[in-house]
Design a protein around this ligand. Structure first.
Ligand code: 5GP
Length: 239
């Protein structure tokens, strides 16, 4: 199966390459690299690509079991996943259970790691140039990026993803602090969860210790990050 996944390189980002197989399918290849601070810090991270692909496949399959429509078709057991091609909505949807990261920078009145009374859902415009600014639901509608109905569906899906993942994490002694989702629209105009779900896109703690990319942002080496992803996968039973 994996050998059939050849296609033309159509996009190269900081953590992934995307290849077009045909009109319907894309291949996402997770790189053995880690970057932080908009690519300013970058290191070779052997094994990371496979670990992040495995995490994404595991979480997407789990969410599918709960009826959450997502783009995953298959995983090659290594660094690639086969996904459905979608028209991507250029926003990042962040769900937060605890105060951390950019939330604290814009709201210093709340103490770090305060548990929110209910999960927060927020939107950021995907733009490296503007550093992914926080935007409102009205901004999204007025810019024609998504309809109000689609945004409502995205919020509901994001909250369901949070419940499913938080429950799983709690059962393994982990705390899901926050995470980022991206969505696209398929040919039938359905909103579909897309992109990746991995240690690169979430903050997850064990006894206050990060098993996610925050380690690297805080100065740990790429090898330490790979070890943390191995630990996370072991705890979650990810192959
Ligand atoms: P924050 O907005 O606090 O920096 O990030 C909130 C959550 O979303 C974190 O789990 C973080 O990893 C994820 N996140 C936010 N922006 C990005 C991004 O541009 N790329 C990736 N991979 N994750 C992001």
């Amino acid at each position: 199966m994996a050998s059939n996944w050849v296609g033309e390189l159509i996009y190269e980002g900081k953590a992934k390459r995307v290849y077009r197989v045909n009109n319907e399918f894309l291949v996402m290849e997770f790189k053995d690299e880690v970057t932080a601070f908009d690519g300013v810090r970058k290191e070779y991270a052997p094994g990371k690509g496979r670990l992040a692909a495995a995490q994404t496949a595991f979480f997407m399959r789990l969410l599918d079991k709960y009826g959450i429509r997502n783009h995953l078709v298959d995983w090659d057991g290594d660094r690639k996943i086969l996904v459905r091609s979608l028209k991507m909505i250029p926003i990042e949807v962040i769900v937060r259970n605890y105060a951390y990261g950019s939330f604290l920078r814009r709201m210093p009145l709340v103490r770090p790691m305060t548990k929110f009374s209910r999960p927060l859902v927020e939107f950021h415009l995907k733009s490296d140039e503007l550093h992914d600014p926080l935007i409102t639901m009205d901004d999204i509608v007025e810019a024609g990026l998504a309809s109000r109905e689609q945004i409502n569906e995205i919020v509901n899906t994001a909250l369901s993803v949070n419940s499913i993942l938080s429950e799983l994490m709690i059962s393994r002694g982990l705390v899901l602090v926050d995470f980022k989702l991206e969505f696209g629209v398929d040919k039938s105009n359905n909103v579909v969860l897309a992109d990746e779900l991995s240690g690169d896109t979430m903050r997850v703690l064990i006894n206050g210790r990060h098993l996610d990319k925050e380690l690297f942002r805080k100065g740990a080496s790429a090898m330490d990050l790979v070890k943390a992803y191995e630990e996370l996968n072991k705890l979650l039973g990810i192959p």
